[in-house]
Design a protein around this ligand. Structure first.
Ligand SMILES: [Zn+2]
Ligand SMILES: [Zn+2]
Ligand SMILES: [Zn+2]
Length: 360
């Protein structure tokens, strides 16, 4: 993700900010312009240029996005993808919903940045990518997962204690709400970009045969655990459960890389290794747009960035934020994700051009 400035005083602000701590103006992110706008206190909640605040911003302080003047909806492009929320009479659920939406907004910006469609009311695609945020009610078992375009999140995953308990119980080095949503979006885009495409055979060569019994594969994984040599072939232990999970884990990992690398590039990050053969960060040409740059440039810069990320955290006594080692085979899978995204983007952009009304 890029970095943001308050457009009133040019102070640095975060993507999640709702107020500029320098000039005290309220802020809103306008996805159409990928920019953070400061609200004029005289305009009573209306944003400059006729943009309006998302209804979930005004009524629930759940969202910090704005809606462009020519967009007729009262919910922003991210909030519109949410179709189920937990019962708000429980204050804990308001907080859970807030955390789920905050993670989702980052995912949505990643997807739009990569040129991936949300398929909102696209012909033949139902409602496109949909999210259901459900709280456990003691009756129905809520599984986080994806089915036919709907991503369900059990919002107890947004509770830090509960998530950390599961992370430890499952011996996972990394477990976050954003990671869950990125992973599940991977299943959506497998259906969308691989299942009925020319890439299916190449997918099977690299990831294995997706026709393997999914339920049996998961049961097997939970009963026996991953193969001893999983690190040679998979980005995570769970990726070894089934080719679909391998793809979803690789897809999520690709989003981790692209988002973080874009931030590093926008900040002008550099690293000065002592040996000239050690990787340094050469992010200047990535400034043109990490999301649309080459895979080689991205992966070459990724190693030094992760070194820095982990070193900074160690300085604060925190665990490594990037507890992964990428084998050659995993890098090949990430390259496949990248190539799939590039090819899909080209075809989406072409079909968009064709569907534009022609000038007389
Ligand atoms: Zn400001
Ligand atoms: Zn919103
Ligand atoms: Zn999955």
């Amino acid at each position: 993700m890029q970095i943001f400035h308050c457009n009133h005083c040019q102070h640095l602000v975060f993507f999640e900010s709702v107020k500029c701590l320098f000039c005290q103006r309220s802020l809103a992110y306008l996805p159409d312009a990928d920019t953070m706008i400061a609200l004029d206190p005289d305009l009573q909640g209306e944003a400059p240029g006729g943009a309006r605040l998302c209804r979930n911003y005004v009524e629930h302080s759940i969202c910090n996005w704005a809606i462009a003047a020519d967009d007729p909806h009262d919910l922003c492009v991210s909030c519109r993808t949410t179709h189920v929320i937990p019962a708000l009479d429980d204050a804990l659920n308001v907080q859970r919903w807030f955390r789920a939406e905050a993670a989702k907004r980052r995912l949505i910006v990643n997807l739009l940045g990569l040129g991936m469609p949300l398929d909102e009311s696209a012909p033949g695609r139902g409602d496109g990518l949909r999210f259901e945020f459900k709280a456990p009610d003691g009756q129905e078992m809520i599984m986080t997962g994806h089915l036919g375009g709907t991503i369900t999140l059990n919002v107890d995953e947004t509770d830090d204690v509960e998530r950390e308990r599961r992370r430890t119980a499952f011996q996972e080095p990394y477990r976050t709400v954003l990671g869950h949503l990125r992973h599940e979006s991977g299943h959506y885009f497998w259906d969308r970009l691989i299942r009925d495409s020319d890439h299916l055979e190449d997918f099977r060569t690299l990831f294995g045969d997706d026709r393997a019994n999914y339920q049996a594969a998961l049961e097997n994984y939970y009963a026996l655990g991953p193969a001893n040599d999983w690190q040679d072939r998979f980005v995570s232990a769970y990726a070894s459960a089934h080719p679909w999970e391998d793809w979803a884990e690789s897809w999520a990992h690709y989003l981790h890389i692209m988002d973080t690398l874009e931030t590093a590039a926008t900040c002008g990050l550099t690293l000065r290794p002592r040996r000239s053969d050690e990787p340094s960060v050469a992010l200047t040409d990535l400034n043109k747009g990490v999301m649309r740059g080459s895979f080689e440039a991205a992966i070459a810069n990724w190693y030094p960035v992760t070194y820095l990320l982990n070193s900074l955290n160690r300085g604060l006594g925190l665990p490594d934020p990037y507890p992964f080692v990428l084998s050659d085979q995993v890098v090949a899978k990430l390259r496949f994700v990248h190539d799939t995204v590039v090819a899909a983007r080209a075809s989406f952009e072409q079909s968009e051009q064709h569907s534009l009304p022609r000038a007389a």
